[in-house]
Write a protein that binds this ligand. Structure first.
Ligand SMILES: NC(=O)c1ccc[n+]([C@@H]2O[C@H](COP(=O)([O-])OP(=O)(O)OC[C@H]3O[C@@H](n4cnc5c(N)ncnc54)[C@H](O)[C@@H]3O)[C@@H](O)[C@H]2O)c1
Length: 349
């Protein structure tokens, strides 16, 4: 007997890495980054309608594996993501991810996708959204400290959304800086490789730190940070893993995604709970001001929150409608008689 054909509900649209790359080239990366920024901002604007929880983390000696769920009551989404700083030394990536959207009404999945590329895009778009509200107006220069997998995405989002025209690169590994400089050739950005973080931040309006190290690192010290800059701290995103000296936090106005998660994972894990923080969604909705004056140091203590992934999944779902940028996966067992799961199995013998 031949196996019964899967029902239409069994089929889940799946975006492979290959199709994600085709889609990004088809749309253009700066367009994707700009549109994602707008969609993330739209979802931050309806923050209170989301089901929220700090991500569920499983820590091990060398890294972390995390699940990041959220729902707006109509659609449910989650991302699986890891963070293993030692991986690059073994020829593996620090961060890999995949994610899923499901219909809340039935619980049936409606999208499965690679999210390693999508995470880099959404992290860059989230940085750009924060900078749009917090960075000094008219700043054209950014420093990018940590030139690994996320770096070029970050630079291009700041160009597309905030009008940055120059990026100053620094990494402890000069090969990473050379790679990023090569990849950004022809992007329209002026690229300046630097030999220290101190040199990289000279004249920068936006300083992005995106390093990977499983420890309390000090990528920036207090004496390096002058007034008026916006710091976008991305790499400190786990307990015991930070990038900034706490004296910088003491001088900065700090903006966060979801405080219950950021207190565990962000730069602010170094501070006591009386340290004032502002939730970014309140800036987006106009309840609280972003940048107030030219001398203020603003800090986006980014750890990555589930709503940003939800926005990215939602963006992708809209973009693939009517295209060939996905395949149908026979993923959900859906017998004609819903109680005859066993019968369906038997008929496939
Ligand atoms: N906040 C978020 O939403 C978010 C999203 C994705 C990744 N991350 C985090 O961002 C970090 C970077 O991710 P990635 O995928 O680019 O990692 P990666 O390993 O590809 O790159 C990290 C780079 O940092 C460099 N580096 C390490 N220590 C440094 C130092 N002291 N000074 C300068 N450079 C240094 C390394 O040489 C490497 O090139 C990771 O810690 C990751 O967990 C955060």
């Amino acid at each position: 007997m031949t196996a019964p054909l899967p029902s239409q509900k069994a089929m889940v649209p799946f975006v492979s890495v290959e199709n994600m790359m085709r889609l990004v080239h088809h749309l253009g990366i700066e367009r994707v980054l700009a549109e994602l920024t707008d969609l993330i901002e739209e979802d931050f604007g309806r923050w209170e309608s989301f089901d929220k929880t700090p991500r569920v983390a499983s820590h091990s000696r060398d890294g972390v594996i995390e699940l990041m769920p959220t729902s707006d009551g109509t659609i449910y989404g989650f991302k699986y993501v890891n963070g293993h700083p030692k991986n690059t030394a073994e020829g593996l990536q620090t961060v890999t991810a995949f994610g899923l959207l499901a219909d809340v009404a039935t619980g049936y999945p409606v999208l499965l996708t690679e999210m390693t590329l999508l995470t880099a895009l959404r992290t860059a778009a989230t940085s750009a959204m924060a900078a749009r509200h917090l960075a000094p107006k008219g700043g054209k220069v950014m420093a990018m400290i940590g030139n690994g997998a996320q770096a070029e995405f970050q630079a291009l989002a700041m160009k597309a959304v905030c009008g940055i025209d120059t990026v100053r690169l620094y990494d402890i590994d000069p090969r990473a800086t050379q790679k990023a400089a090569r990849n950004l050739e022809g992007s329209g950005l002026t690229v300046i490789p630097c030999t220290s973080s101190q040199q990289a931040i000279e004249g920068a309006a936006i300083v992005t730190t995106c390093t990977a190290d499983k420890q309390f690192a000090t990528i920036l010290t207090d004496n390096m940070v002058g007034p008026g800059i916006h710091i976008n701290a991305i790499g400190g995103d786990c307990p015991g893993k930070t990038e900034l000296h706490k004296d910088i936090l003491a001088r900065a106005d700090c903006f966060v995604e979801y405080p219950p998660q950021t207190w565990i994972e962000g730069e602010i894990q170094q501070m006591d709970r009386s340290y004032p923080i502002t939730e970014l969604w309140q800036v987006v909705t106009g309840q609280v001001p972003g940048r107030r004056d030219e001398r203020q140091i603003t800090l986006f203590d980014s750890v990555g929150f589930a709503i940003e992934d939800f926005s990215a999944l939602r963006y992708l779902r809209n973009q693939i409608v009517g295209t060939d940028f996905y395949q149908e996966l026979d993923m959900i067992a859906d017998p004609d008689d819903p109680r005859d799961l066993f019968g369906m199995l038997q008929r496939a013998r």
